[in-house]
Design a protein around this ligand. Structure first.
Ligand code: EPZ
Length: 431
């Protein structure tokens, strides 16, 4: 397994191109199953999760092609992916594939809506919490599907097709909203989603579905209305920029000091995180090219944050912000309200000398003057990158083990940081 070696202490200066959003690309790719015509997605990031999903889609019969690099394209330019689900050859998504990545469970919706049946492995537990799928199944049942669970598989059937319904989520769920959008797009009649997730990735999926011929109103608000259509066609759609990647690098700059342009980042996609960074002492400006983040020699101020569904502070930036707060001049309280167990980074941050105490769903961080490099272990995607942020500011050398977690969601991480002056290298092999 690869490791990453980081020697801390260098400020970050330069530009970082922001990739297409993993969490938008995944549901968009799954939406290709809804139509027998081709779906072309631009700005798709090169990530392990994208490759895993391609294997799953291929298993259902989706043909795909990735455009080669054109002369003059930057190494980091997003790729164009052509997906064509002309014939669905298999409506089963097996355990071996689904267990690698939770979002792949979402194939249940287009398979059911288009083919009238789907057999999809339950995704199982994951490091950040239990993450059940009960609300996704509730939505599909409301749309007229029968749901059985047998030997770890969800067997969903709707031989006469799905029908529109009123769905009121008791809790905001991104996956539940994606699944309902896809299923209701091909259901007979009218669907209303109450308490829908408002994340930008929901809007991106809805925009693409509308290009494919779906009738959707209100995506981005908490009530979404969908008028089902008998079939969907092909489309071309560019994946929106990754707000979590942008927020992560913004926090890295706030941590190390320096001046970095996050090329292509859109401030409206991560305003709550940018507000927290501003309160911590970073200077954030929007330009035509993206978001510019600066912090001069002044110290980092402590800021309390509490995660919440969009437009609140994203849970996917909680670990990174905690890394920043480990060097603040004072005490901050970071509350996690979305996932019950998303604090695995706390113990690893402690290895740098960070002072963090857990208090129920909150972490109390007492800033320290200096962090010291250490061997640390990546546990999940966002937790791992919080260790990279700590390492960039720590004295001496850090080795991050289990880097495959980072490869799931951060494209060209080392190259992007090195281009801004960080001392980061990948060590191939054992670890
Ligand atoms: C999406 O996961 C993201 N994944 C996550 O990013 C992100 O952390 C999360 O949304 C919250 O923003 C993708 O987009 C691929 P949820 P999702 O359904 O859809 C509970 C990353 O690092 N819940 O919004 O699975 C659930 O347990 C990942 O990129 C139920 O109780 O999250 C959680 O507490 C990690 N029953 C809350 O709702 C259900 O049926 C929100 O989960 C579904 C969810």
């Amino acid at each position: 397994m690869d490791r990453i070696r980081i020697v801390g202490g260098a400020a970050l200066n330069g530009s970082i191109p922001i990739s297409g959003a993993k969490n938008a690309a995944l549901p968009l790719m799954i939406a290709s199953l809804l139509s027998d015509e081709p779906l072309t997605l631009e700005n798709v990031p090169r990530l392990a999760d994208i490759s895993s999903l391609l294997r799953i889609l291929q298993n259902h019969g989706v043909d795909y092609k990735i455009d080669g690099k054109k002369p003059g394209d930057a190494q980091t330019a997003g790729r164009t992916l052509h997906l064509h689900a002309r014939d669905i050859v298999d409506t089963t998504a097996p355990y071996e594939l689904v267990s690698k990545m939770r979002a792949s469970f979402w194939v249940v919706a287009p398979l059911l809506a288009r083919m009238g049946e789907a057999k999809v492995s339950l995704p199982g537990g994951c490091a950040i919490g239990t993450r059940p799928v009960d609300l996704l199944l509730m939505a599909l049942e409301s749309l007229g599907a029968s749901i059985d669970i047998e030997a770890g598989y969800v067997i969903a059937k709707a031989p006469k097709g799905l029908r529109g319904a009123e769905i009121d989520f008791p809790k905001v769920t991104v996956g539940g909203t994606h699944v309902t959008l896809m299923a209701a797009a091909l259901a007979r009649g009218h669907t209303v989603i109450h308490n829908a997730a408002r994340e930008p990735e929901i809007v991106d999926l809805a925009d693409c579905l509308v290009k494919m011929g779906a009738k959707i109103r209100g995506a981005g608000a908490s009530t979404i209305e969908i008028e089902g259509v008998p079939r969907l066609g092909g489309a071309r759609h560019a994946v929106l920029p990754d707000r979590i990647e942008a927020g992560t690098y913004a926090m890295a700059v706030a941590m190390t000091g320096g001046d970095v342009l996050l090329e292509g980042a859109r401030p409206e996609l991560l305003q709550s995180a940018l507000d927290a960074l501003t309160a911590s002492g970073a200077e954030i400006t929007s330009t035509n090219e993206g978001i510019r983040v600066r912090r001069n020699g002044a110290g980092i101020s402590p800021v309390d944050v509490s995660t919440a569904p969009f437009p609140g502070f994203p849970t996917d930036l909680q670990a990174q912000f905690m890394a920043l707060m480990t060097r603040a001049k004072g005490v901050s309280r970071i509350t996690e309200t979305i996932f019950e167990n998303r604090f695995m980074h706390v113990q690893e941050l402690a290895r740098f000398g960070a002072k963090i105490r857990l208090d129920g769903d909150a972490a109390i961080v007492t800033g320290v003057e200096t962090l010291k490099g250490a061997p640390v272990m990546a546990t999940d995607l966002r937790a791992s990158v919080s260790l990279v942020i700590a390492a960039l500011a720590a004295e001496g050398e850090t080795i991050v083990h289990r880097v495959y977690h980072l490869d799931r969601g951060f494209e060209h991480l080392e190259q992007k940081l090195v281009a801004c002056g960080a001392r980061v290298e990948r060590l191939a092999g054992q670890g």
